[in-house]
Ligand binder design. Sequence first.
Ligand SMILES: *Cc1c(COP(=O)(O)O)cnc(C)c1O
Length: 476
Amino acid sequence: MPVSSFQNDLINLPSLLDAIQQLALTHIQNLSTIHISPKTSNIPSANLPEMGQGATFPLHWFTEHYQALMTASAGPRYLGFVTGGTTPAALAGDWLVSAFDQNTQSITPGSGDCSALLEQEAIRLLTQLLNLPDAFMGGFVTGATMSNFTGLAVARQWFGAEYGLDIATEGLRQDVPVLSATPHSSAVKALAMLGIGRNSLRFVPTLPNREAIDPAELELAIEELKGEPFILISSGGTVDTVDFDDMAFIGDLKKRYRFWWHVDAAFGGFAACSPAYAHLLNGWELADSITIDGHKWLNVPYDSAVILTRTEHAHLQRDTFKNANAPYLGDPLQNFSYLNFVPENSRRFRALPAWFTLMAYGRDGYRALVENSITRAQQLGRLLDESAVFSLAAPVRLNVVCFTLKAGQTNDINTRLNDILTHLKQRGRVFLTPTAYKGIPCLRAAFVNWQTTDADVQIVVDELLTAWQAVQPVDQ
Ligand SMILES: *Cc1c(COP(=O)(O)O)cnc(C)c1O
């Protein structure tokens, strides 16, 4: 019988891992010169091998056909969406996740392993970094979308309990009022997935020329509910202008009204790392649930976010997510297990990259990372505003620059900005994404990557001005 390709790969594992390390290093060390946006919309395809030859076959196929198509999305000038990078320590932790492949559900000796305990350790380090009290417990989910989903699912359970109902058991039979000013699209998606429905959202006006909720309007909207319980979704950093709802004011409202307070602080929560900006979050420690994204400002690889909930709500969370009637998985009421607290049953060991990077860089490291991003955003904002072409659509409040064309430059801003983006994509040195702010087409640059320097910002400005020149209509 021939040696199977599995056995062969095991024997050759050292050289396979060496090759992988070389490949990874080549990519990471060249991040600042690799083309930054996708160059093609189709890729060569292969058929399933009838006779598997082991890992060197896909490795060669990948390096030959796909490696050059990989973008520098983890690099310093990828400023689209809100995309972090991967710190060296996070990469180390992430590789070990696959090597150890733990069963992360249970902390009960005999039915799980220590990874769930380590997850709780990582959560504790994170809440220390964010200066949150011990009142919060947490778990890892795939991203902030699922974190919003999880927090709002527990909110839904709380809402039912206010009426003596167990919604997780009985189903949702009444309207759930949800108030918010500028919710992230994923929070709205979560309402859809939870059966609460997108239309349950009652939009509260923002302050003038802001994305933050108008406190007086919020109180009016609450008064209109006449004592009915409701859910409030607050922004701890909006994606376009990183505006924050007044957390101290809302924390105060908690004393007078019955509501579940969910704070979506996916990336804005990291303002807590900088003493100069931490005040933006004053009061969020009174929230019922908080969304924090790992693959943004924490700079761990994709597939990582945290849902924080107050420990006093643990029973509501377990009632929502308990995985009951499966004797082989144990009694959900007896022992703590993540499978009864988050949407997924089986999960990868997401806590490990986060634990690695938090332990590696600590409070001062994350303060430096966060403050560097803020400084870079301010630098870009200043340079664009001083240019003859661009102007800020909103002040740079934290780490995102939202900008448009100066008045009088064109009568079709949308087309021109899209032309600029197309040009930037062709050149492949800078990645920005489009948005609209208060009805005006804009571009945005979000700084969260640990590697971005002032020289990168200068390149961004040069590329933007070059692109602007290139997209001028030919003179008549
Ligand atoms: C990015 C983001 C989300 C969604 O996060 P994913 O990780 O993409 O699921 C939600 N809320 C805010 C404020 C965000 O910035």
